[in-house]
Design a protein around this ligand. Structure first.
Ligand code: F6R
Length: 599
């Protein structure tokens, strides 16, 4: 989704803006642009496609500071991905970049057009800059004009605006879309829509609250209605780079043994699980759980539903957030409302959370990004601690979400007395083995690499599994389709005979998740049915299976969740290797964005 950067200081401003935008590339974009203000002039450049095109366009433009600049990567919503629609958008003497959607832009545009303003783009964003310039005619101070402009906007926005009327100043506003401001001892000021461009640059950052409006110049940073709360920003550039791996996705798959350890620290104890984020009476009055999420996070939620019902004996209902928000749901106050989101900014999930809060439900967020919009809104949050995930196809974020849900189901089971001490100890022992299992799972990487060459064609893939391996099948299919662009579907294995098996032939590839600890015989007979119809079978199992055309042998474990995590890694590696062989952009697949901040 769109990314924003801004800079005030003495460096080569163009370089910083483009480098900053590169850190946001993982969010997905289809055009980019910058505007640099120096010695009273503003120079703007835009290009369709990747940042190299923008670099090409700005060759020879090397603006050393002092000055200010704003930059943007655009993921098209209103209007096609063209240069005219790319940000920054300009008026006569001002430039703006914006994330989000201005819902009342048509009305503002009509008003301005009636007054003779000519629009260049099809975007909603362009109204901001023209409205600002109109406001400067009736407001003497540029900041007063900016505030009056923002007051007219409805919808979601993170906005940076520069004007020749206010040298070396950047005006900012945030509502519904994230925006961070950073500074350092050298007097530099930075803006970005997520941490990544600021790491190693700013020493202190402030995450803007909803409704913040303000301005920054070398002399002053001013914000209202509340002053900005700066906190130290930890981390260095290295943490945000590829570290020798071919792709961020590969690095993130390999990070899983470590990050899952982080997820568990202080939470998985000898006798059970503790969450200091949740007070002692957290479950009081709650008997059911509703979980809302999208995409991969939805698959984690489905996995959690099996665990909560089995261990904590709580009725669980899982819904896709974009469906939930328009269905007039029945919400009862004995329900714990859980949202799961890697980014914490997904518009549909955020709206579902808002609705649950408005209905007076107790809310819990399971999220990877502290200070994100979802975290700020929820009553309580459990952070998944996966670290920055840059590959658009989620891997380590999913692993940590599932881990949190497993821990949480045990936590609830203990609180509700639905598990005895011996049972809890067995769960904890299994949890402690997850980092090792994730590490051992990586030994099949070579095998997946070799196998991948046989799966580059065909008319589709079925990923099948039962129980918790059904959501894992959904996730395996999503991973493959996202980055290979091959058609893949996940199914509960028992559903085959109710329709999908009609597709079975030699060019239909079935990836069968066949754990030994859960319903092995049942899934085996489902796979036999597919094999009898000549589907090509890739079995993932610790037990040999004669009818498989291809086989990935997993380790024998005595707990289904350990088999789950190992098979998850196999699916991730397989999808990645297929994508690499097809020559696709593994980290930034076509049409997708990392953080989906629009409906
Ligand atoms: C797929 C993927 C997406 C996200 C979905 C929700 O690999 O990453 O399906 O899971 O867009 O995003 P979050 O978790 O940020 O709410």
């Amino acid at each position: 989704m769109c990314g924003i950067v801004g800079y005030i200081g003495k460096r080569n401003i163009k370089r910083w803006l483009i480098d900053g935008l590169r850190e946001l590339e993982y969010r997905g974009y289809d055009s980019a642009g910058i505007a640099v203000m120096k010695e009273g002039e503003i120079h703007a450049y835009k290009a369709v496609g990747k940042l190299v095109n923008l670099e090409e366009k700005t060759k020879g433009f090397e603006p050393e500071g002092p000055g200010a600049g704003i930059g943007h990567t655009r993921w098209a919503t209103h209007g096609k991905p063209t240069e005219l629609n790319a940000h920054p958008h300009m008026g006569e003497y001002s430039y703006v970049v914006h994330n989000g959607i201005i819902e009342n832009y048509r009305q503002i545009k009509e008003e301005l057009e009636a007054e003779g303003v000519a629009f260049l783009s099809q975007t909603d964003t362009e109204v901001i800059v023209h409205l600002f310039e109109k406001m400067t005619k009736t407001h003497e101070e540029p900041y007063a004009a900016f505030k009056a402009t923002i007051a007219r906007l409805e919808g979601a926005y993170a906005v940076l605006l520069m004007s020749k009327k206010a040298p070396q100043t950047i005006f900012f506003a945030r509502k519904g879309s994230p925006m961070i401001i950073g500074k350092n001892a050298g007097g530099e000021i930075f803006f970005a829509s997520s941490d990544a461009p600021l790491i190693g640059e700013a020493t202190e950052v402030a995450y803007m609250e909803e409704g913040t409006v303000g301005y920054a110049s070398p002399e002053k940073i001013y914000a209202e209605p509340d002053a900005l709360q700066f906190v130290p920003l930890a981390g260095d550039k290295l943490t945000a780079q590829k570290g020798g791996y071919r792709f961020f996705m590969e690095k993130e798959i390999y990070e899983q043994p470590n990050v899952i350890g982080d997820t568990m620290i202080g939470r998985v104890l000898d006798e059970g699980v503790a969450f200091e984020e949740l007070g002692g009476d957290f479950l009081e009055g709650l008997t059911r759980i509703k979980i809302c999420a999208c995409g991969t996070s939805y698959h984690a939620a489905l996995t959690g539903s099996y665990l909560f019902e089995r261990q904590a004996k709580m009725a669980v209902n899982v819904e896709i957030a974009s469906e939930f928000r328009y269905k007039e749901p029945l919400l009862t106050d004995d329900t714990l409302f859980v949202v799961i989101s890697q980014s914490g900014e997904t518009a549909d999930t955020l709206e579902a959370l808002r609705m649950a809060k408005a209905a007076g439900l107790k809310t819990l967020a399971i999220c990877n990004v502290d200070n994100s919009s979802i975290v700020r809104m929820a009553d309580a949050t459990i952070l998944t601690r996966a670290g920055i995930e840059k590959g658009v196809a989620s891997t380590k974020a999913f692993a940590t979400q599932v881990m949190v849900l497993w821990m949480l189901s045990l936590f609830f089971a203990q609180k509700r007395g639905t598990i005895n001490a011996e049972g809890a100890r067995r769960e904890v022992e299994a949890m402690d083995r997850v980092p090792t299992v994730l590490k051992e799972a990586l030994t099949v990487h070579e095998k997946c690499k070799r196998l991948s060459k046989r799966y580059l064609h065909g008319h589709g893939f079925f990923f099948i599994g039962r129980d918790i391996f059904f959501p894992l099948a959904l996730e395996g299919a999503l991973k493959l389709k996202e980055i290979s662009y091959l058609h893949a579907e996940g199914y509960p294995a028992g559903e085959m005979k109710h329709g999908p098996i009609a597709l079975a032939d030699a060019e239909l590839f079935t990836v069968a998740l066949m754990p030994q600890t859960l319903l092995y015989d049942k899934i085996k007979s489902n796979v036999e049915e597919l094999s009898a119809r000549d589907s090509t079978i890739l079995a993932i199992s610790p037990l040999p299976f004669d009818l498989a055309d291809d086989f990935v042998l997993t380790h024998a474990h005595d707990h289904p969740m350990l088999e789950f995590f190992e098979m998850m890694v196999v699916e991730q590696l397989l999808a990645m290797e297929v994508s690499i062989r097809l020559g696709n952009d593994v980290d930034m697949p076509r049409n997708l964005a990392k953080s989906v901040t629009v409906e």
